[in-house]
Design a protein around this ligand. Structure first.
Ligand SMILES: Nc1ncnc2c1ncn2[C@@H]1O[C@H](COP(=O)(O)OP(=O)(O)OP(=O)(O)O)[C@@H](O)[C@H]1O
Ligand SMILES: [Mg+2]
Length: 352
């Protein structure tokens, strides 16, 4: 059953509509990411859930109770922002205790709850520090503890990691996920980083210009993108221009190579069709068998450590292919003619 329900949520600023008919049923304890480019409306949806923005249309309910006209302080929601929004004049203890004091919790209970939260984020030894005496990652953990202290029904995180450096981002996102699972708190996490969204979410909402293009688990979003936008925004995508030979069997031509998709195409024979393929779907090493071979010439080869990314010109299409590093195999040389093994099943027909 849905715990946090967004029904036909809309938001306009003056004449401009930035969120269009947004529907979502989020289950209790679920970790949902809103993933999308800058300006697509992620923060606006989050601010409507928190009550900082009034929807132009639609409703928000939590645990069956309509929240749409409630003020932020009447909702039981915790929020963490991108910028470190700790109170600079309060120490860590004071920051985490803030919401509990406002709620009128007895002093002894506050003490116990704050220390419980600080142990959860493993910063109980820093309870007397002030924000300026801590790293960005530590400050964001305190912000998380502050948001969680009043036991909110829903936790909202708006790009909480974007100001941190790469290593801390990865460790903190895993810590956030672990704490979320430990508490079983329903969470909406906003990011424009696809790896972040895929790695820690139960489900991902890919947003495009104020709409949810696709809602699905990370595996579905990556492997079965519903729209061209999702396919190109999530992960690296190769686009291959081809020509339909026989639409009933799904036979197409890519340069001199023939590919049988084994599924009918809507386009008639002779018409162009665009296909998409992930870089890991092609094998250059000859060690993997595929049912189809594409021929091309190496444009460039980049050694990235564990992975080698090679760009190959296949009938005028510059395609990237990834293979794992193997100390016994030399990366392909620029100008080398290569045969790329693929499985026709891994080709996605792009519909406009
Ligand atoms: N108060 C406002 N008045 C007018 N327009 C606004 C207001 N707040 C947001 N917008 C517009 O609404 C759109 C969505 O903004 P929003 O902040 O939700 O995007 P976002 O997806 O969070 O982007 P980012 O990744 O950059 O944070 C943008 O075009 C923005 O300019
Ligand atoms: Mg935003």
């Amino acid at each position: 059953m849905s715990f946090l329900t967004l029904s036909n949520l809309q938001k306009s600023f003056g004449p401009v509509t930035v969120v269009h008919g947004f529907n979502m049923a989020i289950h209790k304890g679920e970790f949902i990411s809103f993933l999308g480019p800058s300006g697509c409306g992620k923060t606006t949806v989050l601010r409507m859930i928190a009550g900082f923005e009034t929807p132009t249309g639609g409703t928000i309910s939590i645990d069956g109770k309509d929240q749409t006209s409630l003020k932020p302080n009447q909702r039981n929601i915790g929020m963490v922002f991108q910028a470190y929004a700790l109170f600079p004049n309060m120490d860590v203890f004071g920051n985490v205790a803030f919401g509990l004091k406002v709620a009128g919790m007895p002093k002894a209970d506050i003490e116990q709850r704050v220390m419980e939260m600080l142990r959860l984020i493993k910063l109980d030894h820093l309870k007397d520090r002030y924000p300026y005496q801590m790293s960005g990652g530590q400050q964001q953990r305190v912000a998380l503890a502050r948001a969680l202290a009043p036991k909110p029904q829903v936790l909202l995180l708006d790009e909480p990691l974007s100001a941190l450096d790469a290593k801390i981002r990865v460790s903190l996102r895993e810590e956030i996920r672990q704490i979320q699972q430990q508490l079983g708190i329903t969470t909406v996490f906003v990011t424009h980083d696809q790896e972040e969204a895929l790695s820690i979410s139960d489900r991902v909402v890919v947003m495009n210009a104020g709409r949810a293009d696709q809602i699905g688990n990370p595996f579905e979003i990556y492997n079965k993108p519903a729209t061209r936008f999702v396919a190109s925004f999530v992960g690296t995508l190769n686009v291959i221009e081809s020509t339909v030979i026989d639409p009933t069997t799904g036979t197409i031509k890519v340069g001199d190579d023939t590919v049988t998709l084994k599924k009918p195409l809507q386009q008639p024979a002779g018409s162009p069709v665009q296909l998409a393929m992930r870089p890991e779907a092609g094998s250059l090493s000859g060690r993997t068998n595929g049912d189809t071979t594409l021929h091309g010439t190496v444009i460039s080869s980049h050694f990235l450590g564990s992975v080698i990314r090679t760009r190959v010109n296949v009938a005028g299409n510059p395609l990237s292919f990834d293979m794992f590093n193997d100390p016994g195999t030399k990366p392909p040389a620029v100008g080398e003619a290569v045969a790329v093994k693929i499985n026709a099943d891994d080709l996605l027909v792009l519909q406009d």
